[in-house]
Design a protein around this ligand. Structure first.
Ligand code: AGP
Length: 353
């Protein structure tokens, strides 16, 4: 029997466990230290990026505040360059994230802030790119060449590197802090992603359902809101559907009115938002009766018509699990809808001026 041809996007999604394994070996030493260079003193962080790389910034931002305990903001590169005033201090660190290292909006943002004399760090997949050469500190996200216009493995690598930055800041700030638990979680991540890929039948079946709808809303709280946005971006780029992502709580403030029986809601649920999500999904079902798909790290959570369980108790792993689930879903939906995810209409890999 002829083997079905895999899209480049799908191949790159399948490479994620290997990418994470390689990054673990490169950046985490055998005695659990993080092998990256950062400024000694960091008072606050601003992360600037575009597209999927921006979603990485928005995933990392609340984690910087929660774990490293310093203020953090994230901005779209294209908006950042329009801003007339930046409040920098001597120990501010500006982080720029880009797969290509050549995105014009992000390069313009670096050039603008460098005039203020602040320290800059890039996380990029392209060594010796313009971004790499412009920044003071550099981390190679080393996902290998990413050909698919819809970024998947590169984003996965960027998030991993961002979390390493956070853990490194924490260990620099508090000399006696024990980060072994977080390091173990990072070490187990590759195997976790591998399991999700191996066991993805339920995700593929859910994609069959989602692909029947044109009114798709993806809901997530905190770090899961940018994960939801990334899922929506992947479905837009590969299926040309107008998929919207919302912070779950905010969705209930009027946006919910877009729902009806021809809509589908995809909700990302973890321990922290489970009871809130349960209450609100019940309300949503009662008032609008859309189809509901839940991606959840809580095994008992069954509020959806379809419930995809991404087994883990660790928040960082659940972020990757939800992201991978949405990437696989988007890729499968494209196939079902007869769209070629490798040549999306009117898009280029690098967005330049
Ligand atoms: C992601 O799937 C997109 N192709 C796009 O949003 C991309 O992430 C964005 O243009 C930024 O690219 P960069 O990471 O190379 O800077």
């Amino acid at each position: 029997m002829e083997q079905e041809q895999m899209s480049i996007m799908q191949k790159e999604i399948f490479e994620e466990p290997a990418v994470i394994k390689k990054l673990t070996e490169t950046y985490i030493t055998s005695d659990g230290k993080i092998n990256i260079d950062l400024p000694d003193r960091i008072s606050n962080i601003v992360i600037v990026a575009s597209g999927s790389s921006y979603n990485c910034a928005a995933i990392a931002c609340p984690l910087v505040m929660e774990y490293a305990d310093i203020p953090c903001d994230c901005e779209y590169s294209s908006e950042f360059v329009l801003q007339k005033k930046h409040f920098v201090t001597q120990d501010s660190l500006y982080i720029f994230i880009s797969q290509s290292g050549e995105t014009s909006d992000t390069l313009n943002a670096i050039k603008a802030i460098k005039k203020e004399g602040v320290k800059t760090l890039c996380i990029t997949n392209t060594k010796d790119s313009t971004m790499w050469n412009l920044c003071d500190f550099k981390i190679l996200s080393d996902a290998g060449e990413e050909k698919s216009i819809a970024s998947t493995k590169a984003l996965c690598a960027q998030i991993f590197c961002s979390i390493l930055v956070i853990l490194k800041i924490l260990s620099q700030k508090e000399k006696d802090v024990d980060i072994s638990c977080q390091i173990n979680t990072m070490r187990r991540l590759s195997a976790y992603l591998e399991r999700i890929i191996m066991d993805s039948d339920k995700i593929k079946n859910a994609a069959q359902t989602v692909a029947q709808y044109e009114n798709i809303s993806i809901l997530g709280n905190k770090n899961y809101y940018p994960v939801a946005k990334e899922g929506a971006l992947k479905m837009k780029e590969t299926c040309y559907l107008n998929v919207m992502a919302y912070p779950f709580g905010e969705f209930m403030h009027g946006h919910v009115a877009v729902l009806n029986q021809t809509s589908i809601v995809i909700a990302i649920i973890d321990e922290e938002n489970a009871s809130f999500a349960q209450r609100n999904l019940e309300k949503i079902r009662k008032n609008y009766n859309p189809k509901i798909v839940c991606i959840t790290s809580v095994q008992e959570f069954k509020a959806g018509d379809v419930n995809i369980y991404i087994k883990t108790k660790r928040k960082t792993k659940a972020i990757f699990g939800a992201l991978l689930t949405l990437q696989l879903m988007a890729c499968t939906m494209a196939k079902i809808l007869n769209k070629n995810p490798d040549s999306p209409r009117g898009l280029t890999k690098v967005v330049k001026d």
